[in-house]
Design a protein around this ligand. Structure first.
Ligand SMILES: *Cc1c(COP(=O)(O)O)cnc(C)c1O
Length: 715
C-alpha cells in the first residue's frame, strides 16, 4: 500500500482534506470528534495527524461516514465555523479597527510550536509563537508568520538505562505534515534565490495554515544548493556560529525577500527574539535602494518594528564576532549607504570579557522602535540589563515595556474541563474567555464534579505514562530500570507534583533533592504520599544540563525513593498536554530573576493544577496569596548562589510540609478535599482570563501593532 497517496474522499465530506491541512482543526473539540468517529484506533496510531490519517484510512469508513447522520451534522457544523474563521469577519479586530483591514503584520520567529506533526520548535519561545499565531486567527488580527522548516526538526530524546540522554534527529515526513509548497522549482519564478555574500542560496517555501493566519517557512534543503547551504535549515539550533549567522541571514534577509516574492507588503514587522533581526537591515537596505537616506530609512523602520526580548540570561542573546559579521556582510553595508565602522557599530556591544561583538539584541534595540519583555518583572530586569544603551536616561525611563505571556486557551484546555466550563460558565465561554467576570462563575461548579474531573485527568496522565513505557518495553526490551523510572510504580492517590521544562541549570531541577532525607520523609508518608514527575530535554551541547537529567534518572532508579520519582521522555507538545492536565501541582523553582515568564504553569493553572513557584516570571505578578503557593525564602538580594539555593530549598520543603500536603489530604467524608478545591478554583479564576494568549495578543495589537500601522500610514 502506498502510504502517500491520498484517499479519494466522498464528495459529501470532501472538505476533510482542507481541514486536515489547516491546523485550526487542532483547537476545535468537534474536529477531534470527527476523526475519532471515523476510526479511533487509526487516529491514535497516526498520533492525531489528520494528513497521515486520511492517507491511511479504509475507504469503506469514509463511505459509511458520508451517509452517517450524526457524523454529517457535526461535519456541517464544523465547516460553518471553519468558513467563519477563514473570512475573519465579525472578529474582535475587524470590529474594533475596521479602518485597518488590509494591513499585514509579519511575525518573525526562528521556531514555531503548533502541533506534534511539525517538530520545528524546541521549547517555550516556539510554543509562544505558535500560540500567538493561533490566537491572532481567533480574533482576526491580520498576521503572517515567517520562519524556517527544519527537515530534521528538533531532536527526539531517549534516556538510556544508565540515565544518559540520547539525541536522535530524523528527517520528518514532509508528505505527512500539514504544509503545502508555495515556492518550489516548479512554481512560477522557481526557487527563491538569495544572493548573500557572493554566493547564491536557493530557498523553497512552505505554507502552514492556522485558521486565517498563514505561516511561511523557508527551506534550504534543496538539490540546487551546495551541501553546506542545504544544511542551513537542517536542524533547529544546531551547527556552529558560522552556520548560525547564515541561518539568521536567511531568516531575516531571506524572510523579507520571500514576502516580496509572495506579494506581501507588511505594514509592521515583529521580531520574536533577536534571531530574525537582520530583517531590520534588509528593510533599511530596500528603502535606501529606493532613494531614501539612511537616516530616513532607519526612522521609518523604527516606527514600524516591534522587538520582543525573551530572556535575562546573557548567553541567550545571540552575538557574533565582528570578524564573522564582516565576512558575511562585506558589500552589504554599501547598499545601506554606510561604511564598515557605522555598520559594525549598529550591533556593537560589550561581550562581557572586555571585548566587543555584534549583539543581535543591541542591533534590535538600535533599529526597532518598540520593545517589550514578557512579564512585569522581566520588563524591569531588561531595563536594567540594557540601560547602558540609553546612558542619558534613568533605568526606569529605558523604553522597554512589558507584555506578559499567555497561553492559547483552546489548545491547552483539557476536553473534560472544556465540558465542565461549557456546563457551568456557559456555551460561549470560549468566546469570552479573557473576560474576568466570566470566571466568577467558577464558583458555580460543584466541588465534587471539579474534583472528579481532575481525578479522571490524573488517571489519564498515569495511564499515558504507563502505556509509553509498555510500548518501549516491547520494542527495544528496555531494562526493568527504565520501566520503573518511566513511572509504572506511581500511585494515583499520591499528591502528584510535575516539574517539566528544559534542563538549563538556572531552572534548578535538583533543588528539592538538597536534603534527601527530608524529601524521603515527604514522599514516603504512608498516610500522605507524594510523588514527582519530571520531563524535559537538555540541549545536546549543554553538558551540565545533560548531567542534571542523569542525576534525576539515578534518583528515579533508586530503591530508597521507592518509585516515587518518574521521568517522562521526549517532552513535547503532546507530553506537555498530558502533564499540565493531569498534575495536582505545577512546580517551578528557577534562580530568580532568570525566568523571563514561563508559560507551562499558566497551562496547568487553566486546567486546575495550581502553581507552586519561586516569585519569578509571570508568578511574580500572578501570585495572589490564595491561588497557589510562593516559594519565598525572604532573603534579600546580594547573597551567593549557594546561599540562595539553600534558602530556597528550605522554603520549598516548608511549603510542601506545612501547606501543600496537609491541604491536599484534608478530605471530607465523601473524599473531596474541599479547601484544596477552593484553591483550585481561585487558581483557575485568576489565571485563565489574564494569562491567556487572547489577553496577550489584544495587548500587542492595541499597544504595539496599531500605533505602528498608524505610523506606517503617516509616512
Ligand atoms: C509550554 C511549553 C514550554 C514552555 O514552558 P516553560 O514554563 O517556559 O518551561 C516548553 N516546552 C513545551 C513542550 C511546552 O508545552
Amino acid at each position: 500500500m502506498d502510504m502517500h497517496t491520498d484517499r479519494a474522499l466522498p464528495a459529501r465530506i470532501g472538505r476533510l482534506r482542507e481541514l486536515a491541512y489547516n491546523l485550526w482543526w487542532s483547537w476545535q473539540p468537534n474536529a477531534s470528534w470527527l476523526f475519532q468517529h471515523l476510526d479511533k484506533t487509526l487516529w491514535e496510531l497516526t498520533h492525531h495527524n489528520p494528513v497521515k490519517f486520511l492517507q491511511q484510512i479504509a475507504p469503506a469508513k469514509l463511505e459509511a461516514a458520508a451517509t452517517d447522520a450524526a457524523f454529517l451534522r457535526n461535519y456541517d457544523g464544523l465547516m460553518l465555523s471553519f468558513d467563519k474563521c477563514l473570512t475573519a469577519k465579525g472578529t474582535w479586530f475587524t470590529e474594533k479597527y475596521p479602518q485597518l483591514a488590509g494591513h499585514t503584520i509579519a511575525y518573525f520567529s526562528a521556531e514555531f510550536g503548533m502541533h506534534v506533526s511539525l517538530p520545528i520548535y524546541s521549547g517555550g519561545l516556539g510554543i509562544l509563537a505558535g500560540d500567538h499565531c493561533k490566537e491572532a486567527s481567533d480574533i482576526g488580527v491580520p498576521l503572517v508568520g515567517v520562519g524556517f522548516v527544519y527537515p530534521q526538526g528538533y531532536f527526539q530524546q531517549r534516556i538510556t538505562a544508565e540515565g544518559r540522554q540520547e539525541a536522535t534527529y530524523e528527517r520528518f515526513d514532509y508528505n505527512a505534515a500539514p504544509m503545502e509548497q508555495v515556492i518550489s522549482r516548479d512554481t512560477e519564478g522557481g526557487l527563491l534565490r538569495l544572493h548573500l555574500n557572493g554566493s547564491v542560496i536557493h530557498v523553497a517555501v512552505w505554507r502552514v495554515r492556522l485558521g486565517s493566519v498563514s505561516l511561511y517557512l523557508m527551506d534550504t534543503d534543496v538539490e540546487e544548493n551546495d551541501p553546506w547551504n542545504r544544511e542551513l535549515s537542517a536542524r533547529l539550533y544546531g551547527g556552529d556560529q558560522e552556520t548560525r549567522i547564515r541561518q539568521e541571514m536567511v531568516l531575516g534577509i531571506g524572510g523579507i525577500r520571500m514576502l516580496d516574492r509572495l506579494g506581501i507588503r507588511p505594514a509592521v514587522c515583529h521580531a520574536n527574539e533577536g534571531h530574525a533581526s537582520f530583517m531590520l537591515l534588509e528593510r533599511i537596505r530596500q528603502l535606501v535602494q529606493g532613494g531614501a537616506s539612511f537616516a530616513d530609512a532607519v526612522q521609518h523602520v523604527r516606527a514600524t518594528t516591534l522587538f520582543t526580548t525573551h530572556t535575562p540570561v546573557p548567553a541567550g542573546h545571540d552575538a557574533f564576532s565582528f570578524h564573522l559579521v564582516e565576512k558575511h556582510f562585506a558589500g552589504y553595508w554599501e547598499e545601506l549607504g554606510i561604511d564598515r565602522e557605522q555598520f559594525l557599530a549598529l550591533g556593537g556591544h560589550p561581550d562581557g570579557y572586555g571585548g566587543v561583538n555584534f549583539n543581535m539584541t543591541a542591533l534590535s534595540l538600535r533599529l526597532a522602535g518598540r520593545y517589550n519583555g514578557v512579564s512585569e518583572l522581566h520588563g524591569r530586569v531588561s531595563r536594567a540589563m540594557w540601560h547602558s544603551m540609553w546612558p542619558d536616561k534613568t533605568e526606569d525611563e529605558v523604553p522597554i515595556t512589558h507584555i506578559t505571556n499567555g497561553v492559547h486557551t483552546p489548545t491547552w484546555i483539557a476536553p473534560e474541563m472544556d465540558k465542565l466550563f461549557t456546563k457551568y460558565l456557559g456555551h460561549d465561554w470560549r468566546d469570552r474567555h479573557d473576560d474576568p467576570t466570566l470566571w466568577e462563575r467558577i464558583y458555580d461548579v460543584p466541588d465534587r464534579e471539579l474534583w472528579e474531573t481532575h481525578t479522571h485527568l490524573k488517571h489519564n496522565l498515569l495511564n499515558f505514562m504507563r502505556e509509553r513505557v509498555r510500548q518501549d518495553w516491547m520494542k527495544e526490551s528496555a531494562g526493568p530500570m527504565r520501566v520503573i523510572a518511566g513511572g509504572t510504580l506511581l500511585n494515583p492517590h499520591a499528591l502528584t507534583i510535575c516539574f517539566a521544562r528544559r534542563f538549563a541549570t538556572y531552572k534548578r531541577a535538583l533543588l528539592m533533592f538538597k536534603d534527601i532525607a527530608r524529601l524521603k520523609r515527604i514522599l514516603h508518608d504512608d498516610w500522605r504520599p507524594v510523588q514527582i514527575v519530571f520531563a524535559g530535554k537538555a540541549h545536546p551541547a549543554d553538558a551540565p544540563g545533560r548531567s542534571l537529567i542523569y542525576e534525576i534518572y539515578q534518583l528515579a532508579r533508586d530503591h530508597n525513593l521507592g518509585g516515587r520519582i518518574a521521568f517522562v521522555e521526549n517532552y513535547d507538545i503532546h507530553v506537555a498536554k498530558h502533564l499540565v492536565r493531569g498534575a495536582d501541582v505545577w512546580l517551578n523553582n528557577p534562580r530568580p530573576p532568570l525566568e523571563a515568564s514561563g508559560t507551562s504553569g499558566q497551562k496547568a493553572a487553566l486546567n486546575g493544577a495550581p502553581h507552586c513557584s519561586i516569585l519569578d516570571g509571570w508568578w511574580y505578578e500572578g501570585y495572589k496569596g490564595t491561588n497557589g503557593w510562593a516559594i519565598d525564602p525572604g532573603v534579600s538580594e546580594g547573597v551567593s548562589d549557594d546561599e540562595r539555593d539553600a534558602a530556597d530549598a528550605l522554603a520549598l520543603y516548608r511549603v510542601l510540609e506545612e501547606e501543600l500536603v496537609p491541604l491536599y489530604f484534608d478530605r471530607d467524608s465523601d473524599g473531596v478535599p474541599r479547601r484544596w478545591v477552593q484553591l483550585v478554583k481561585e487558581a483557575i479564576r485568576t489565571a485563565a482570563p489574564i494569562y491567556s494568549a487572547r489577553r496577550m495578543v489584544k495587548e500587542y495589537t492595541d499597544r504595539m501593532y496599531v500605533p505602528a500601522i498608524q505610523a506606517s500610514e503617516g509616512k
